[in-house]
Design a protein around this ligand. Structure first.
Ligand code: B12
Length: 212
């Protein structure tokens, strides 16, 4: 039997060493990285979200939690970066005006650990750079992560940038706290994922259709 309570508390305390130790203990008990993200990291972030409103935004506390999260992700996805092209290529970014990259990094690690080749354009990335990278890398899909609502106008431009380069048929998938509340029509994308796993399942379902 195991519980995620220790990990959730360590994350919210911003205690990196304890959070990494809790994550390592869960992994050694056979808990999957997927379960740690869904049942440990996501609930911790929901609690932090409820606490950190725009009026009560404690930057230091959030940065400590962010540092902790990054260390925990590296712990639970040790092979995440070593990806192949077996399943296809995905270009991922947080767009210009958005410096949040923790959720993007989790999504990247997850896709890479499942056999996708992931090109990371980083955070604060211009839409033009994202589209050019998709062209140069012959990407099968573009993933965009958005945590701040002011980035939505940039998200809406992705399709037209891809079309201008002649690659308008590439799937565009949106995720992250500010985008997942929206619809594909509003964001002008093909799919909006509630979490990283939904994005992965969408890619897998597209591949299943094209293999038939
Ligand atoms: C950590 C954090 C920060 C850190 C970021 C550190 C970093 N390296 O990322 C720092 C301190 C830098 C920061 C800064 C700011 N932040 Co901030 N931040 C947060 C906080 C608390 C957590 C975000 C996070 O990392 N969550 C954890 C990850 C794991 O969750 P996630 O991104 O949703 O990812 C999951 C899924 O959504 C999915 N996913 C994510 N992306 C994608 C993409 C695809 C394609 C798919 C399939 C899936 C997927 O994968 C993950 C696992 O399932 C949120 C509150 C919140 N809960 O969202 C505020 C929040 C996002 N920030 C906010 C604000 C206002 C700011 C600032 C403007 C504050 C300021 N006054 O300076 C700045 C500015 C930034 C800018 N220009 O971008 C607001 C945004 C409000 C809004 N709706 O626009 C929030 C919501 C806080 C709040 N309640 O007001 N922030």
């Amino acid at each position: 039997m195991y519980t995620m309570d220790g990990l959730i508390k360590a994350l919210l305390d911003g205690d990196r060493n304890r959070a990494v130790a809790e994550a390592a203990a869960l992994v050694s008990k056979g808990v999957s990285p997927d379960s740690i993200v869904l049942n440990g990291i996501d609930p911790a972030m929901n609690r932090l979200d409820a606490k950190c409103t725009i009026e009560q935004f404690n930057l230091l506390e959030i940065m400590l939690v962010g540092r902790c999260l990054t260390a925990v992700i590296t712990e639970i996805f040790p092979n995440g970066i070593a990806s192949s092209r077996d399943k296809g290529t995905v270009v991922i970014a947080a767009l210009e005006g958005d410096v949040h990259d923790i959720g993007k990094n989790i999504t990247k690690m997850l896709l890479a650990s499942k056999g996708y080749h992931v090109i990371d354009c980083g955070k604060d990335c211009p839409v033009e750079k994202l589209a050019e990278t998709a062209l140069n890398e012959k990407a099968d899909a573009v993933f965009v992560s958005g945590l701040i609502t002011s980035v939505i106008p940039n998200v809406r431009k992705i399709k037209s940038q891809l079309e201008a380069l002649g690659i308008g048929s590439i799937s565009v998938v949106a995720g992250g706290a500010a985008l997942k509340q929206s619809t594909p029509e509003h964001l002008n994308v093909d799919f909006v994922a509630d979490n990283a796993f939904e994005g992965l399942h969408y890619l897998e379902s597209k591949a299943a259709v094209s293999n038939n």
